[in-house]
Write a protein of this length. Structure first.
Length: 155
């Protein structure tokens, strides 16, 4: 279930695949090949309800479109803790991991990372070492965060 905001624009596919429809049946999300990539068009502002009201369904929807369309593996938080994880990659193989607790209480979670051959990362500001464990083609990080805390790790 995804909630839109401000506009509701029924899309005209013109060769694009319809990925989703409004509750009234009109095309709401389309995907077309564009050069070597894909262009996904959404007929409403779905990021706004996620940003303003933390409507998780919208955030999961947007992330799933990126993962499906680009086939880019992304970090996965294991368990039920609400933790945001962003992974940044530089051309020379540098990696940065940004984790943010969205919980009002302390949170501990395991995060499955989409890369291998890393055994540790260092927190940018505190110098804390994050030890990584190699697990079946990926890497597992065990992270502990204070309420609403953000940590930035570099490898």
């Amino acid at each position: 279930h995804v909630i839109g905001a401000i506009v509701k624009e029924a899309l005209v596919p013109q060769g694009a695949d319809v990925l989703g429809r409004f509750s009234t049946g009109e095309p709401a999300v389309t995907c077309a090949q564009y050069g070597k990539g894909k262009a996904i068009l959404i007929g409403s502002y779905v990021g706004l309800p996620y940003h303003r009201q933390r409507f998780d369904g919208n955030g999961e929807f947007i992330a799933s479109l990126v993962e499906w369309g680009a086939r880019i593996p992304r970090p996965q938080v294991l368990g039920s803790r609400k933790i945001r994880v962003d992974a940044l990659f530089a051309p020379k193989g540098q990696v940065m991991l940004i984790v943010q607790s969205l919980e009002p209480i302390a949170a501990a979670a395991s995060v499955q990372l989409p890369w291998d051959k890393l055994d540790r990362m260092v927190e940018q500001f505190s110098g804390e070492t994050l030890h990584l464990e190699q697990v079946g083609g990926g890497t597992l990080a065990r992270i502990e965060l204070a309420p609403r805390e953000v940590k930035v790790y570099r490898a």
